[in-house]
Design a binder for this molecule. Structure first.
Ligand SMILES: Nc1nc2c(ncn2[C@@H]2O[C@H](COP(=O)(O)OP(=O)(O)OP(=O)(O)O)[C@@H](O)[C@H]2O)c(=O)[nH]1
Ligand SMILES: [Mg+2]
Length: 325
């Protein structure tokens, strides 16, 4: 990224006063995998110091078209009006193909994006199936340095690693639809298991009754997932578009936040996330480092050719890296 030549200190100051130009560029910086950008990003984080971890982070998941963006805008406006500083990271599946593309019409969050207390950022899913970009953690940290207190991650409701979002947030909200029970909705077991709250959206017009039925079915199927932490996952009926059920959902989220903080679960989850982040960073660092080690690379090539000739991969690697004297 050919950003202006701000010093790391200038970057850091700009971000701390939530200057949108600095913040926008910093978010692009952490998305970039160019060596020069990775270097600049690490200098920036060094200048910023320890992460404040000062926000409450919510992921909204659900099948395509469930109303995630509509709900994000409605909830976001509510929070922004009440004085919260709200930041939205909307994972945009298309932007892995068209880097830097702006959000499609329906995900633009027209009103929220104009609110002085809100900041909306499309992020590329980077081709990851779970729809959470690898740079999400760094992006969230930047938003916290800038003073945002509520972070919403709108995920892509497709793919095998949908539950990945749990590595990044304090609460998972699943959006379902009125038409049927969970099997018919195609909600996967993993997603049901990690949802802290469920809302059946589009409970308006002719769908009010069907919505109530779907909520009942979802409540019943939750009985199959014995959560042992004591939190009873609420299932609410909602119309993100009309606003019915929105205050109740907001209240349930607050109740969850009090519960998660009060029971120590919050700290435990963040600790797990930090451990996950460390493993991820170490793995990436190691892989990049190994690329630059000729001896490693030649042993690896030797192992690979044994593997290609039918040897077991572990056996081939061990033979190449720990040759018997
Ligand atoms: N009737 C009704 N329609 C809704 C409601 N919420 C969203 N919609 C409509 O459903 C469609 C999809 O809404 P989005 O908010 O874009 O859904 P999404 O889950 O963000 O979709 P993707 O990001 O593409 O996965 C839009 O046409 C919305 O206007 C609702 O509460 N009631
Ligand atoms: Mg959307």
């Amino acid at each position: 990224m050919n950003g202006p030549h701000w010093t790391p200190q200038e970057w850091a100051d700009g971000i701390r006063r939530a200057d949108r130009a600095f913040l926008g560029r910093a978010l692009s910086l952490v998305e970039s995998s160019l060596e020069a950008d990775v270097q600049r990003a690490s200098e920036l984080f060094a200048a910023l110091g320890a992460a404040p971890e000062s926000s409450f982070r919510l992921a909204i998941t659900g099948n395509p078209g469930a109303g995630k963006s509509t709900l994000t805008e409605a909830l976001g406006l509510r929070w922004a009006e009440s004085g919260h500083k709200v930041a939205v990271l909307a994972v945009d599946p298309s932007s892995s193909l068209h880097r830097g593309s702006i959000l499609g019409d329906k995900t633009r969050m027209e009103q929220l994006s104009k609110h002085p207390n809100a900041f909306i950022r499309p992020v590329a899913s980077g081709g990851q199936l779970g729809g959470v970009a690898a740079s999400t953690r760094a992006a969230m940290a930047l938003l916290e340095y800038a003073g945002y207190t509520r972070l919403v991650l709108e995920t892509v409701g497709v793919g095998q690693n949908e539950t990945d979002a749990a590595h990044y947030v304090d609460a998972m909200l699943l959006l379902a639809l009125p038409n049927a029970g969970d099997e018919v909705q195609g909600i996967k077991r993993g997603i049901m298991e990690c949802a802290d709250l469920i809302a059946v959206n589009k409970c308006d017009g002719s769908l009010v009754e069907a919505g109530a039925r779907a909520a009942g079915q979802l409540r019943e199927s939750l009985n199959w997932f014995g959560r042992d932490d004591g939190w009873k996952v609420p299932v609410l009926a909602l119309s993100a578009q009309q606003g019915q059920g929105l205050p109740e959902l907001d209240e349930a989220l607050e109740r969850f936040e009090r519960w998660v903080r009060g029971t120590g679960q919050f700290d435990a989850r963040r600790a797990q996330q930090r451990a996950h982040a460390w493993d991820e960073a170490w793995g990436q660092f190691l892989a990049t480092w190994a690329e630059g080690q000729p001896e490693l690379q030649s042993a690896k090539a030797q192992a690979k050719s044994a593997f290609d000739q039918g040897q077991n991969a572990q056996a081939a690697l061990r033979a190449a890296f720990y040759p018997k004297k």
